[in-house]
Design a protein around this ligand. Sequence first.
Ligand code: PMP
Length: 403
Amino acid sequence: AFDAVATAVRADLPILRPDGGPPLVYLDSAATSLTPEPVIDAITGYYRDVGASVHRGKHMLSDIASTRFEQVRAQVATEVGGGTRQVAFVPNTTAALNTVAAGLPLDRGDLVLAPLDVHHSNLLPWRARATVRMIPLTPEATPDLGAYAELLRLRPKVVAVSACSNVTGRFAPAEEMARMAHEAGALFVLDAAQSAPHGRIRLAATGADYAAFSAHKMLGPTGIGILYGRLAELAPSVLGGGTVDWVDLAGHRLRDEPHHLEPGTPHVAGVYGLGATLDYLRGLGWDAVAAHDATLTRLLYEEIARRPYLRPLGGPGHRDRAAIASLRLPPGADVDEVARMLSDSYRVMCRSGKLCAQPMVDGDGDGRPVLRISAYVYTTPEELGIAFAALDEVLTVTGVPLG
Ligand code: PMP
C-alpha cells in the first residue's frame, strides 16, 4: 500500500516522466509540491471552456464559474469541518494570516504570543500591529507548554502557532494550545500550511479561531489559499469590487462573510484547481497520505541517523513529524553551493536557506543556512537513497571531511 500511493501519483506527474537523463528527484515539497495532471486539467479546462469571472453577472459562463466556485468552497468546508461562511479564498497562507492580523481590533500595546519556530508569515503581520513575545521551544523544537502557560498569564490577545514546522517537521500540540489560549481569553490562530498537506486538514476540530493553508503545498496550484474561521469578526483591509453590495455617494455596505474578505476578481482557475486537488487527495485517501508520510519520515530520519556528520534541527526521532528535515552540514560546507551541486550534478532538488524562519534557524546554529529535504506523497524510498548518496559525494568532492 505504501508504494501503491506513490506509484499512482507518480504516474500522474508529467514532470517526472523519463526524458533520457538521470531521474529528477524532487525533495522541496515543503516549499511547493508537484502538480498532477487532473489538477493541471482543471486549471486549463477553466481557461479553455469557461473563462468568465464569478459573481459578476447573469450570463451563462459567469453562472457556470460561480456555481463551481461555490461548490469548491463547500468542498473545502467539508474537508476542514466548518461551514461555507467560514471559508474565504485568498492568494496563500501569507495573505490569510495578514488578513487576520489586519482585521482584528489590535493595538500596539496588545500582546501576541508565537512559538520561536513560526514562519515569517505568522510573525511579521503580528509584529506590524501588536507586541509579540516568543514562546520558547523544547529540545525537540516543539512549543514549551510550561513556558507557554506562564506567558498566558500576561493576558495575550492572540496566540499564533504553526501546526507543523516547515523547519523541523514537528507537529505542535495544536488542540491543547488552543484550549489553553481560550482559557486565558486569547484567540488562537493556526498556520496549517505544512499540516494540511499531510492529512491534518480538519481545522475546525483543532479549536482554532482562525487557520490558513495554501493549495500549492498539497498538489494544487499556486496563488490560491484558504482562510478559515470567524470571518464575520474581521474588518476587511482591502476594499473594492466584490466586497460590497451597495455603494452610493455617501458610503457603502459590506457583503456578508466570506465575501467581504475576497476583494477583486479572484483566482477562479486556482479555485477550479483546488477543487480537483481535494478530489485527488480524497481519492488517494487522507489516511493513506498520512501513512505514506509517516513511513517516509521514518526512512528520512534513518538516513540521517546513519550519518553522524548531519545534525537535524529539532533532533532525531521520526514520531509525530512530517517528512521534513533541515540539516546542519559539517563546518566548512558551503550550504548554498551544496544545494546547487545536488541540483546541477545529480538532479536532486532541495532547499538551502533560512527557510523563512530565521529567528529559529539562527537561534540554533552558527549563522549559516541549513539544507532542507522535504518529501511528499509521490516520494519513494529510492529517491531518499539517491539524495543522501549524492549529498555524501558532494561533501566529499568539496573536501568536507565526513569523519
Ligand atoms: N507557513 C508555513 C509553515 C510555511 O511553510 C509557508 C510556506 N513556506 C507559509 C506559511 C507561507 O505560505 P505561502 O508562501 O503559500 O503564503
